[in-house]
Design a protein around this ligand. Structure first.
Ligand code: FAD
Length: 414
């Protein structure tokens, strides 16, 4: 059991907690990290499809814009520890990074587990004590100041507590939402918790055959109650129940909120965004001239992925035995229109089990943005996804976890 006089206890060994622990220890604090799982960094280990997109080269202004209206809360934090600092941090510890499309930064090795390994080694070098399978059930407070925590039923005393328990998405990684109970018991308030960066569901009976299909370089328009709202260029992936992939995930935060207000949602996919309506028509005319006589399915497979052929025939009411040498102009125009507008009605979204992040969290008005300390309890710090901050995909969420963790670790005093 732990014997040194503990100055700082960190609850949770994810991105924010590991960074907070190492940083506080680097400043000479006696640090104890309590992690409920058998190992630290479970979520980092599966992030970025196992490759960990740990940050992004976007400018500060652009970076902050990816967090929506709450992004401004992070400005002071990012002024102290931002992308360059994170990149230097890992590279100085022997983990080279690479920048990919969209400014996304990954470990050169392509292994998220190398990020976890680097952090764990750093904590070891800083003499951080890590207790695994250590579940914190309460933070104790006397006269407005933190006094310790209750862990596995025992009281541990300390001067400061940093809560870094994450959100409630992907609970199998340990992020089961415990932090919400810990902070509300201390008087903190939460904004509404919703799954974000979450796959979308379609009622469409014919969605299942599309599972596994990835559409790249497409344009997706979002219609809310029939009105066009935003559009995104990129990639969509079909699941057995609906849509996922970067564009669907990015749009999901707004869609979840609209669906919760009972709005009707339609996503319209432009399969040929580089071509104008006229260019599409010209292309079809050429194809029918050149390949007239072939079965219509074979002709369509030259235009669209084969999984979409049946859907296209049905939507454009094209008989499978049509003579493609005499394709009616009206039908050709319908086909041209469909290629620019393949509609999917979104009727729901998956739960926290499949959400990349949790939207909502500790009300930012109750946290000092210069230190991450609670404005309600002295010596209490709250960091990472537990806060009401969430961003698009692209490395923004992990940078926010690392930066808020670093800032809290830099701010704890005894
Ligand atoms: C599949 C997936 C892929 C992702 N990919 C990316 C990506 O590539 N880039 C990116 O920027 N973001 C990505 N994210 C989001 C990012 O991983 C999270 O936003 C980030 O890890 C949050 O860090 P955190 O430290 O706040 O919380 P977490 O990483 O969730 O860590 C919380 C820790 O606290 C522990 N804990 C919880 N309760 C207790 C308790 N009572 N006592 C003790 N310990 C406790 C948990 O076991 C866990 O280890 C991804 C998320 C998922 C689910």
């Amino acid at each position: 059991m732990y014997t040194r006089n503990i100055e700082t206890i960190i609850i949770g060994g994810g991105a924010a907690g590991l960074m907070a622990a190492g940083r506080a220890a680097e400043r000479g604090k006696n640090v104890l990290l309590l992690e409920k799982m058998g190992q630290t960094g479970r979520k980092i280990g599966i992030s970025g499809k196992g490759r960990c997109n740990l940050t992004n080269t976007a400018s500060l202004q652009d970076f902050i814009s990816h967090f929506g209206k709450n992004g401004k809360f992070l400005r002071q934090c990012f002024n102290q520890f931002f992308t360059d600092d994170l990149v230097s941090f890992f590279e100085a510890r022997g983990l080279p990074l690479v920048t990919e499309r969209g400014g996304r930064i990954f470990p050169q090795s392509g292994r998220a587990l190398d990020v976890v390994k680097t952090l764990n080694l750093w904590l070891e070098q800083q003499n951080v004590t890590i207790n695994k399978k250590a579940v914190v059930s309460a933070v104790t407070v006397r006269e407005g100041r933190v006094t310790g925590v209750i862990c596995n039923g025992s009281k541990l005393s300390c001067d400061n507590v940093i809560i870094a328990t994450g959100g409630k998405s992907y609970p199998r990684t340990g992020s089961t939402g415990d932090g919400y109970k810990l902070v509300t018991e201390l008087g903190h308030n939460l904004t509404a918790l919703r799954p974000a960066l979450v796959p979308l569901r379609c009622k469409d009976q014919n969605i299942q055959p599309l599972a596994g299909l990835n559409l790249k370089n497409i344009n997706v328009r979002l219609y809310v109650n029939g009105k066009r709202k935003v559009q995104e260029f990129g990639e969509i992936a079909f699941t057995t129940t609906g849509l996922s992939g970067p564009v669907a995930l990015t749009m999901s935060a707004a869609i979840v909120d609209f669906l919760n207000k009972s709005a009707t949602i339609r996503l319209s996919i432009d399969l040929k965004p580089a071509l104008s309506d006229q260019q599409i028509t010209n292309r079809l005319i050429r194809d029918f001239e050149k390949r007239g006589g072939e079965p219509v399915e074979s002709l369509l497979r030259g235009l669209i992925p084969s999984q979409l052929v049946d859907r296209c025939l049905e939507a454009c009411q094209i008989p499978t035995d049509i003579d493609t040498r005499a394709f009616p102009i009206k039908m050709r125009n319908k086909l041209a229109g469909w290629l620019k507008n393949v509609p999917f009605d979104i009727t729901g979204y998956c739960g926290f089990d499949e959400a990349i992040v949790t939207a909502g969290g500790v009300n930012l008005k109750e946290i000092d943005p210069q230190t991450m300390e609670s404005k309600l309890i002295d010596g209490l710090f709250i960091v990472g996804e537990l806060l009401d901050i969430q961003a698009d995909t692209g490395g923004y969420n992990l940078q926010a976890a690392f930066s808020t963790g670093w800032l809290a670790g830099s701010s704890v005093s005894s």
